[in-house]
Write a protein that binds this ligand. Structure first.
Ligand code: NAD
Ligand code: UD1
Length: 345
């Protein structure tokens, strides 16, 4: 059977959306998460969306013996590995925490997989591994570099995965390099629920819109871009989730693929200001903003070449910026306090 999948970090933002699409595609999933950056309520809501219960193990990827027990219990075809810490600023303040969680945790998981001969692996990588891109759109063969411990942890795992695939051709590894995931499931039941003041643009916009935050600061309007603000490749989280299904389908049908990095982006750049205006127009809700200095470490423009994903996986993004804004707002307005909100309808 090639349909039993371990989903680490499956309660988080991208993982929870991916669980839905995996189940819809007929995969049988087991979710493994320590809930360090997520609420179990998200999984309950996924269960209500798909109309079935989901096997859940509360555990840490740093816990080798629990992982060992899980692999002894289930016969997995593949692992999708979302579990990790992702806040760039926090990674600068706590590099050891980030390397331990993201690198040591992944090593643990890979060792257990090797032990049980489960050698199909889908890794959550990031466009951050491209650093300040020399050419746009960014192709998978572009040079890699990182400037912060979070990015370094992703890049280090990519190097480990490359070496692993090189050492043993029975490993099949897809490293999905996400561009900027935004949006939410169309039900409005699940979405991104940052613990603190958001670092990323879209959750900040939606929290200003809902009145939780006063105004958006736009970091820089003097970049060499269409309107001076930063340009990014925003991708709807449901499209991203479907990219994982496409990657798994590829693994089901191909062997000895080695280490395969694949961009998951739309291929289209949108500026910060364009996104803010799209949000205001598609929701009818105002988002006051001011321009402030550039944020250190930011690049002017970053968007994917989506050609390889199309060619190899026959996957491409369907949803546009208006869908992303509408679905973000649907989630935020129904759940102003995220998963701690009292009710949803
Ligand atoms: P998230 O924080 O919402 O989800 C990560 C999940 O992993 C959480 O549920 C958390 O509780 C769990 N987790 C963290 N450490 C763990 C550990 N040691 N053991 C078990 N579970 C653990 O983040 P997300 O946005 O869903 O991101 C998922 C993955 O994609 C991460 O690896 C992230 O680095 C990567 N990624 C995210 C983005 C983005 O913009 N969201 C962009 C590129 C890459
Ligand atoms: C950031 C991380 C990156 C990570 C990605 C997804 C940095 C330097 N990079 O990328 O490593 O993979 O998130 O988690 O943190 N912006 C504002 N005001 C805000 C927030 C953002 O103007 O309040 C601007 C930024 O300057 C940028 C754009 O919006 O131009 C997107 O920012 P963000 O959502 O943080 O994503 P990235 O910077 O692309």
């Amino acid at each position: 059977m090639k349909n039993k999948i371990l989903v680490t970090g499956g309660v988080g933002y991208i993982g929870s959306h991916t669980c839905i699409e995996l189940i819809n595609a007929g995969f049988d999933i087991v979710v493994y998460d320590n809930l360090s950056n997520s609420s179990i309520e998200a999984l309950h809501r996924v269960e209500s969306i798909v109309g079935q219960s989901i096997e859940f193990i509360e555990g840490d990827i740093l816990d080798y013996s629990l992982l060992d027990h899980v692999f002894k219990t289930y016969e997995f075809f593949a692992v999708i590995h979302f579990a990790g810490l992702k806040a760039v600023g926090e990674s600068v303040a706590k590099p050891l925490l980030y390397y331990k969680n993201n690198v040591t945790g992944t090593l643990n998981l890979l060792e257990v997989m090797q032990r049980y001969s489960v050698k199909n692996f889908v890794f959550s990588s990031s466009a951050t591994v491209y650093g300040d891109p020399e050419t746009l759109p960014i192709v998978e063969t572009a040079p890699r570099s990182c400037t912060n411990p979070y990015g370094q942890s992703k890049l280090t795992v990519e190097y480990i995965l490359e070496d692993l695939a090189q050492s043993d051709p029975t490993w099949n590894i897809v490293s999905l390099r996400y561009f900027n995931p935004v949006g939410a499931h169309k039900s409005g039941l699940i979405g991104e629920d940052p613990n603190d003041i958001p670092n990323n643009l879209m959750p900040y916009i939606s929290q200003v819109a809902v009145g939780k935050l006063k105004q958006l600061s736009i970091f820089g309007n003097d970049y060499d871009t269409v309107d001076g603000t930063g340009v990014r490749d925003f991708i709807h989280v449901v499209d991203l989730a479907n990219g994982h299904v496409a990657a798994l389908d590829y693994l089901v049908n191909h062997q000895a693929i080695g280490f395969l990095p694949i961009n998951l982006g739309t291929g289209k750049g949108t500026s910060v200001l364009e996104l803010v205006h799209a949000f205001i127009e598609s929701t009818g809700v105002d988002v006051p903003y001011q321009f402030v200095d550039r944020r250190p470490g930011d690049v002017a423009s970053c968007y994917a070449s989506a050609a390889f994903a199309k060619e190899l996986l026959n996957w491409s993004a369907d949803l546009n910026i208006v869908d992303m804004c509408r679905d973000t707002w649907q989630w935020q307005s129904k759940n102003p306090k995220g998963y701690t909100s009292e009710s949803f309808s």
